[in-house]
Design a protein around this ligand. Structure first.
Ligand SMILES: Nc1nc2c(ncn2[C@@H]2O[C@H](COP(=O)(O)OP(=O)(O)OP(=O)(O)O)[C@@H](O)[C@H]2O)c(=O)[nH]1
Ligand SMILES: [Mg+2]
Length: 312
């Protein structure tokens, strides 16, 4: 066996942050790599509010990649925006590799590096770890030849380890992306073989409730939704959960409840189905809605509510 072949089979492990501007598909990518739904993903920018670890492991060749899903990086808007950006930037410290996710260009987009990616790139330069560019959503690309000039523009903006066009929803090219990440990692293994995440089940329960609420509301309402769990007990083979959806305006509370309570009922039914799939147990779920006026603009409340469920 040549040295090169031996190196290719050596165990390798490390931490890899997944970063990029909001809505490019970071969380969808993590779920696709793990082959299961771990983190929430919605069509609304600003879905992810804190960094979540998800460990990808395979035996062939022995590899463990501790991915960190992060909130989208953008110019901060309001106190909540600052909390999200601080969390994403912190994830860049101590990582062995970075996957920078961007989106394939829309037909109407000007040529070159996306405006909002320029600021993300500045944060990555400061981090110093090798960066792999993943160009996501290539399934939506109509004019494939645009991809070549897009790649050229990004190549000129940073010395990427590799540039890999992918589709997280279709699973396209994820093996190639994993191979590129693996090549940047140090030797050895780090984690217990069945270690998946650093968060307790109840964190993901709160996230699934927030996801259902975000998916069933429109405009500025999803941005200001948070979820707190008031009760979480296991008894008689079922899990009893009571949670409060927090909104920032009285008018938003009316939207979340809906006429005759239709919307909150729908949110509750969808969240319960997702939670039952996660816990593999029957779930009793009761939801309340509370207004905390302007919480996304208050630095203390934004921090508290954005990191709900996080271990102290
Ligand atoms: N067509 C297509 N849509 C995708 C792909 N990957 C993600 N999406 C969609 O893009 C939207 C945003 O996905 P997320 O995974 O929540 O994006 P994110 O980057 O984590 O967003 P934030 O957490 O807000 O920063 C969702 O509607 C996804 O279904 C893809 O490969 N192709
Ligand atoms: Mg996300």
């Amino acid at each position: 066996m040549s040295d090169r072949e031996k190196q290719a089979e050596e165990p390798r492990a490390g931490r890899c942050a997944i970063v990029g501007r909001p809505n490019v598909g970071k969380s969808t990518l993590l779920n696709a790599i793990l082959g299961q739904k771990l983190v929430i993903a919605t069509p609304r920018p600003g879905t992810t509010r804190s960094c979540v670890l998800g460990v990808y492991a395979t035996e062939d060749p022995p590899t463990q990649i501790a991915f960190l899903d992060t909130p989208g990086l953008e110019r901060p808007r309001g106190a909540l925006g600052r909390v999200l950006i601080d969390a994403a930037k912190q994830s860049l410290a101590d990582c062995d590799a970075i996957v920078f996710v961007t989106e394939a260009p829309k037909a109407s987009a000007p040529a070159g590096v996306h405006d909002k990616d320029i600021a993300v790139l500045e944060a990555l330069e400061a981090a110093g770890a090798p960066v792999i560019l993943a160009i996501n959503k290539v399934d939506k690309l109509k004019a494939k030849e645009r991809l070549l000039s897009f790649i050229e523009a990004y190549r000129g903006a940073h010395a990427f380890e590799a540039i890999v066009p992918i589709s997280a929803t279709r699973g396209t090219n994820l093996d190639a992306l994993l191979e590129e990440i693996r090549a940047t990692l140090p030797g050895g293994l780090l984690y217990d073989p069945d270690f998946l995440t650093d968060r307790p089940e109840r964190f993901f329960v709160g996230e699934l409730i927030r996801e259902a609420a975000m998916l069933n509301t429109r405009q500025e309402v999803p941005h200001g939704i948070a979820c707190e769990l008031d009760r979480y007990v296991e008894e008689d083979g079922l899990v009893r959960i009571e949670g409060t959806l927090i909104v920032e305006k009285q008018s938003h509370k009316a939207i979340v409840i809906g006429s005759k309570g239709d919307t909150i009922k729908k949110i509750s039914t969808e969240a319960r189905a997702q939670i039952e799939a996660l816990l593999e147990r029957k779930v009793y779920l009761r939801l309340w809605v509370k207004v905390v006026p302007g919480w996304t603009r208050d630095p203390v409340k934004a921090k508290q509510l954005a990191i709900q469920g996080e271990q102290p």
